[in-house]
Write a protein that binds this ligand. Structure first.
Ligand code: SAM
Length: 226
């Protein structure tokens, strides 16, 4: 049974696409896509030996070795330009996903769609997409096992619409939809940020008190000496 998170990623893949799943771990996503006749061919990329072996094993167990090629390597280096139409990168932090895209941008020739699922810091992905000619065409947000996930789909565009600061942080589509999960995520975030702000203010007060105490001690010392 595929997680709801990966199912949401999979739902962005349309029939006829060829997919590379980078950081595939158990290759659950490409296996699901082939088993459900969404795609005929897929590539699972993985840089770490353990997860790479898990992917190989899973593909063999599912009898999908003719459809899914498991390749070991860092990020997009496992791809040749023009090999796939769609790249999925899921289950990592936003900065790591952006780094994989940045380091492998020459391998994205021929790729028309990116499906990205950052666990945290989606803003770094939106910034990267905007700066590299990718338009966010859809976004989803979901809650599973008390965690909230965002999924971003982007397509190439010669005329990328510049996102506002608000859209970069919250997501242009998610901001429009304002789903209950979206509201819950940002209400929670707001509480956390306000807590941090309060702690900073307290720390600030403490340092200014310390400063005042020092000045007082200096004055006392001067008077006593005199
Ligand atoms: N994509 C799967 C998912 O969403 O369930 C697996 C997520 S798992 C938390 C992240 C995987 O990405 C790990 O197996 C890790 O080894 C792999 N990974 C991290 N950096 C990578 C990179 N630069 N290139 C390829 N794989 C990478």
């Amino acid at each position: 049974q595929l997680s709801q998170r990966l199912k949401t990623v999979a739902d962005f893949v349309k029939p006829g696409e060829t997919v590379a799943d980078i950081g595939s771990d158990h290759a659950y996503l490409p296996c699901y896509l082939v088993k459900n006749n969404r795609v005929e061919k897929a590539i699972a990329g993985e840089v770490v030996e353990g997860p790479f072996q898990s992917a190989v094993k899973q593909v063999e167990e599912d009898g999908l070795t003719a459809n899914i090629e498991v390749r070991k390597g860092n990020g997009l280096t496992v791809l040749s330009p023009g090999e796939v139409t769609t790249v999925a990168i899921a289950g990592m932090g936003g900065p790591l996903i952006s780094e994989i895209l940045e380091n492998g941008k020459d391998r994205l020739t021929g790729v028309q769609k990116l499906i990205l699922q950052p666990n945290i810091n989606a803003i770094s992905i939106r910034l990267w997409l905007q700066e590299h000619g990718w338009q966010i065409s859809d976004e989803k947000i979901l809650e599973e096992d008390r965690k909230i996930y965002e999924v971003i789909m982007a397509e190439r565009s010669a005329d990328v619409k510049k996102l506002s600061e608000e859209e970069l942080l919250l997501g242009p589509v998610l901001l429009k939809d304002k789903s209950p999960v979206f509201i819950a995520k940002w209400k929670h975030e707001l509480v956390q940020l306000k807590k941090i702000k309060k702690q900073m203010e307290l720390a600030e007060q403490n340092t200014s008190l310390l400063e005042k105490k020092k000045q007082l001690e200096q004055k006392i010392m001067l008077i006593e000496e005199a």
